[in-house]
Design a protein around this ligand. Sequence first.
Ligand code: GTP
Ligand code: MG
Length: 134
Amino acid sequence: TEKTLILVKPDAFARGLTGEIIARFERKGLKIIAAKHMTVTEDIAKQHYAEHAERPFFGELVSFITSGPIVALVLEGESAIKAARQVIGATNPLEAATGSIRGDFALEIGTNMVHGSDSPESGIREAGIFFPEL
Ligand code: GTP
Ligand code: MG
């Protein structure tokens, strides 16, 4: 089984969609093994998004994810990475399928509701950043 780190980003949290989003992962069959409400610090944001440090939108990424409260979750299950990314949908909400979180609830790439780890190694690395106690 795999672990994936999910962040319900500040846009989704502020819109009151946290429960809806978590429910979709649960219905898919993924198991919640850790969850917390928090505000991401700049230090955590930079660690989490380290792979994007050279991208032109890195500053926006860090300022957005630290802009308000989020919910962080670790989900576990068979092929959890791929399964969660299917529930989340394509990075650009305009390309995300209807029925996915981004396809149903988002319009812009910068405010796309949810983060999900992109590989088993990222899942372990990112879960360790948000839940060092795991
Ligand atoms: P995450 O699950 O959030 O990591 O999304 P992803 O894996 O589908 O996309 P990726 O890791 O490539 O990019 C991380 C995040 O950067 C995305 O979720 C977007 O919110 C943001 N992002 C990606 N491309 C752009 C861009 O061109 N402009 C802006 N403003 N944000 C972008
Ligand atoms: Mg990513």
